[in-house]
Design a protein around this ligand. Structure first.
Ligand code: SF4
Length: 307
């Protein structure tokens, strides 16, 4: 009987520009880790296995993930645990988060969440409570919310969230139109993501910055990335981030290509030409990477920044 060898799919080796430094002892990494544990908080830095954790935590920053550690979606590129969440929102989480942010001395706080399609308001009230707790504890601090799509209750959820007056409303479109359903599943929609970003500005009643992120290396072309940037600008988005996809496990979508730093430079130029207030594009750029700088760049008109 003829037997065939199993096909072993090798993950492509990381090119030199994707190398990251390990956390070093003489930074604030240990302090941030301890605060996160003490306040029983979840960070997307750890949950998504972000490659920048050494750098960001070393600088004393982190991105908080509210509403638990279990996501009701299962996007093909995301490492966050998916399943059926056990617990309702923890009413004390906003206060603990604000306490941690104060102890860290943050001037800009990024808050994101898992998708909570099991909650009637999809977690909108918890986002608003978190913004209010942060603004009460740190009146000079700016708050950036990176939200899910609030499936089915979009308009009401936007009103609740923006009533708490976050400084930046961030919703990641993640990938180009052609790959959107394949990567994000049937519940997500490219057009709905665009609508949410445009509608956020309309319902805010104050000059909120809007922001979105694109992952590259999932099978898109650079022209499709430019098309997505054009769609985002067409919906009034101020800040865009573009970064390389990293396959979190063999069960996730494979890496299609390593995007060269020169391509990121080209994408940045295209974004700048489209009129974004800030374009952060680079192999290790993530939506929350140096978020305070992204905000300042947009507000000061600095434009594109290379990383
Ligand atoms: S880029 Fe964002 S998610 Fe990654 S470590 Fe930095 S703050 Fe955390």
């Amino acid at each position: 009987m003829e037997t065939s060898l199993p096909v072993i799919q090798e993950r492509p080796r990381r090119p030199p520009w994707m190398k990251v430094r390990a956390p070093s002892q003489d930074t604030r990494y240990g302090e941030v880790r301890q605060l996160v544990r003490e306040q029983k908080l979840v960070t997307v830095c750890e949950e998504a296995r972000c490659p920048n954790i050494g750098e960001c935590w070393g600088r004393g920053t982190a991105t908080f993930q509210i509403l638990g550690d279990t996501c009701t979606r299962a996007c093909r590129y995301c490492y966050v645990h998916s399943g059926k969440p056990d617990d309702p929102p923890d009413p004390l989480e906003p206060l603990r988060l604000a306490q941690a942010a104060a102890q860290m001395g943050l001037g800009h706080v990024v808050v994101t969440s898992v998708d909570r399609d099991d909650l009637p308001d999809r977690g909108a009230a918890h986002f608003a409570a978190t913004t209010r707790a942060l603004k009460a504890k740190l009146p000079d601090c700016s708050v950036e919310l990176l939200t899910p799509d609030f499936l089915g209750v979009e308009e009401e959820a936007l009103r609740v969230v923006l009533d708490s007056r976050p400084d930046v409303f961030n919703h990641n479109i993640e990938t180009v139109r052609r790959l959107h359903r394949r990567m994000r599943g049937a519940k997500a929609s490219y057009d709905k993501a665009l609508w949410l970003l445009r509608r956020a500005k309309e319902v805010a009643g104050y000059p909120v910055l809007t922001k979105s992120g694109i992952i590259v290396g999932l099978g898109e072309t650079n022209d499709e990335v430019v098309e997505t940037m054009r769609d985002l600008r067409g919906h009034g988005v101020d800040v865009v981030t573009i970064g390389q996809y990293l396959q979190p496990s063999r069960q996730h979508a494979p890496i299609d290509r390593w995007v060269h730093p020169d391509e990121f430079r080209w994408l940045r130029e295209q974004g700048e030409a489209l009129g974004f207030g800030s374009v952060f594009a680079g192999p290790l750029v993530r939506s929350s990477y140096r978020a305070e700088e992204q905000r300042h760049a947009a507000e000061s008109g600095a434009g594109a920044v290379a990383y």
